[in-house]
Design a protein around this ligand. Sequence first.
Ligand SMILES: Cc1ncc(COP(=O)(O)O)c(C=O)c1O
Length: 454
Amino acid sequence: MFPLDRTRPLHGQLATALREAVGTGRLAAGTRLPASRDLARELGVSRGLVVGVYEQLRAEGRLVARQGAGTYVASAAAGPVAAPPLPVPVPVTPLRPGIPDLGRFPRRAWRRAYERALRTATDADLDYGDPSGAPRLRDELAGYLARVRAARVAPGNLVVTSGAAQAFALLARTAPGRLIGVEDPGSAPIREHLAAGGLRPVPVPVDADGIDVAALDGTGARAVLVTPAHQFPTGVVLSARRRTALLDWARRVGGLIIEDDYDAEFRYDREPVGCLQGRAPDLVALVGTVSKALAPGLRLGWLGAPPGRAADLHRAKSAADHGGPVLEQLAFAGLLSDGGYDHHLRTVRRLYRARRDAALVAIAEHLPGAAVTGVAAGMHLVVTLPSTVDDRRLADRATAAGLGALALSATRAGRPARAERAPTAGTPGLVLGYAACSIDRFRDAIQVLGGLIG
Ligand SMILES: Cc1ncc(COP(=O)(O)O)c(C=O)c1O
């Protein structure tokens, strides 16, 4: 029935042969398999081996055991095994926060950069390379971050990651202690990345000056994740005094500051404040991404490691995946070096600025009682709503209506400790993206939203 090669491990061979027979339908759904004792005798193997293989295929969903009646091919087993459902991708809806206008992805510039990368990559470039990223990209990025974000990071301390998400996961594995302070409100998915990396996120309130450093100090955490240029979601900028206090805290506790610089290229009313990392490269890990500037689907991000933590982070990246796709990295390096990235940023910055201005007008017109918080930056804003509004229900209804919006309360990690000082503490609200679609489409969406608030 299943020819076995006695010179190789038998368990794997029998499992593979059975999987194939089930997958191709040779053993049809509902077929009863021989009793383990009989199959063992027929194949000349131990009964325990057959029982183990049956168990494994049952765990995979290919076989089912019927009480007292034997083992059968599962009904959904022909073809790929039914896997647990994956999270459904969230569609790009007019108000979904954090998404750039994907129709503006610079396809032509990217194609040129990609073709150039393909043409000029040496055979050696196509080998397993440095897991922390193509040296050419790390050189370009170090220059770009110095020029645009006043960062001070040597190419050797940069790790090219699969989005900011992987940077958080790597940092979680190497952070000092198991506690990490997180801004509250803040990004729920990022809290999840940190928790998946083994850390326990501790909520720290955010007020009009950014994270409350005194409250952070009281948590006992020695690591913190902050969004100083444009706090997510409130949109406040970490004040000069708080920046100094945060660096003092990190120095005092031997701590690590993770600076999530996710949308700092988008400041509309002035030059963005330089990153915190540039003031203290030994204390701050700078995390960046192309998800806002180009497209999240590229899954390209980076982390500028404090020199004392760089070796651990290089090792963590290598252990995670041996490195990211090299041609994409070389294409991005080309886009940085030929000015294509700057050019694209200038174009979309103008566009998003106009969209933000129009968003303010639409909100004032159609959402009476709503107040907008945060500086003129990024690609989302927060509107706070009258206290009678249940923002989660409203966000659910907005999503059902195809608008997509995030409830402000869904970004809160805990009870606000200093409610009276925080810009949005306890207040219902929505986090609204305004960059992904045209002004008209946004205005229509806000009008529908206004109708849902009633
Ligand atoms: C606050 C914040 N940081 C970073 C990111 C970027 O994550 P990634 O680079 O993994 O797409 C996002 C994406 O939505 C975000 O909201």
